[in-house]
Structure formats: structure tokens, C-alpha cells
Design a protein around this ligand. Sequence first.
Ligand code: FMN
Length: 172
Amino acid sequence: MRPYRLLYPMRTYLVVAGRGEEANVMAADWVTIVSAEPFMVGVAVAPERYTWGLIKKHREFVISVPDLEMLDDVWIVGTRHGPSKLRETSIELVPSKAIETPSIGNALANLECRLVDERTYGDHTWFVGEVVGSSYRRDAFSGDSPRLEAGFLAHASWTDFVTFEEKIHRPS
Ligand code: FMN
């Protein structure tokens, strides 16, 4: 048992970096909100990832929220290196609103981030981005809440993914 697996299940996200022919996507579980106002998110990316060099170069990235239907594509971008893998996926890169790095048209949501800080801890670099633009699928959110039937993706263990049950539990 790798000790970091003790924090699973986690959500799985996609990180888009680069632009034009160089645009690339990788899977990332290690993503979190670090500030609400201004809205900032962080992601841990290992230096050997192609995405790492693109974030360093362009100082931007997009965090996309995939759904269960995108699972095969999540796996391809999470196990293969570099932009050519995108040709084997149905990932549709579309222009973002506020940055040059594209968003993913078929994702549930996209957070457009400008890099504001980075620091390497051990074998990953923690990139912090300010969210300067966003987009989302109207069928996936209602007011401030996700619609669980949209198929939000979570990662249980290496090849095993789950989605959320629609039964809601509330504290008494
Ligand atoms: N790599 C990271 O550096 N950070 C992560 O949080 C991370 N989470 C992952 C989650 C899943 C579900 C999978 C399948 C892989 C994850 N990876 C993570 C590995 C990268 O996605 C993988 O090495 C990918 O091939 C890198 O692509 P690139 O070299 O084109 O950037």
C-alpha cells in the first residue's frame, strides 16, 4: 500500500496546458481549492510530465472536470506522454474566455488559471493558479450545487473509478 492511497477516493480532473499544436492534456487527482477570494486552485504536477514544461513556459493552465463518459479519454491522457495522444481521444479543445490555453468543450466545467506561484515539494511541483475565467455545462450544475446525475468522476484506486450516488445524506 502506497501511503498516499490512504487519501483515496479522490476526484479526477484534467489539466490542459500549452496552445495550438502544442496543447496537451493530462489527468490529475492532486488538485484542490487554495483560496475562495480571490479564487485560486493548486495542482501537483511531476516534472517528467510534458504538461509541467508547458505550464512553466506559458504560465497558464486549465483545470477541467471530466464526466464518466470521458473515462476512456481520461485514461489515455493519464497514461500517455505529449500532445499526439489527443488524436486518440474525443477531447474537444475549444477557446477559453480569459486565457490562451484552451478549455475542453465536452467537460462538465473548466477553470482558466493564470499561474501565480509554484514550489517543488519532493517529486511534484505545486502550481497555484488564480482562476480568471470559467465555463460549465448547464446540465451539470443547478444554482451552487452539482447535479450528481451528470456523472462526476472519482478515482478509487489505480484502474478503478466511481461516480456519485444520487442519494443525499444530511447531518441531523
Ligand atoms: N500526474 C501528476 O503529476 N499529478 C497528478 O495529480 C496525477 N494524477 C493522475 C490521476 C489519474 C487518474 C491518472 C491516470 C494519472 C495521473 N497522473 C498524475 C499521471 C499523469 O496524468 C500522466 O503521467 C500523464 O501521462 C502525463 O501526461 P503528459 O506527459 O502528456 O503531461
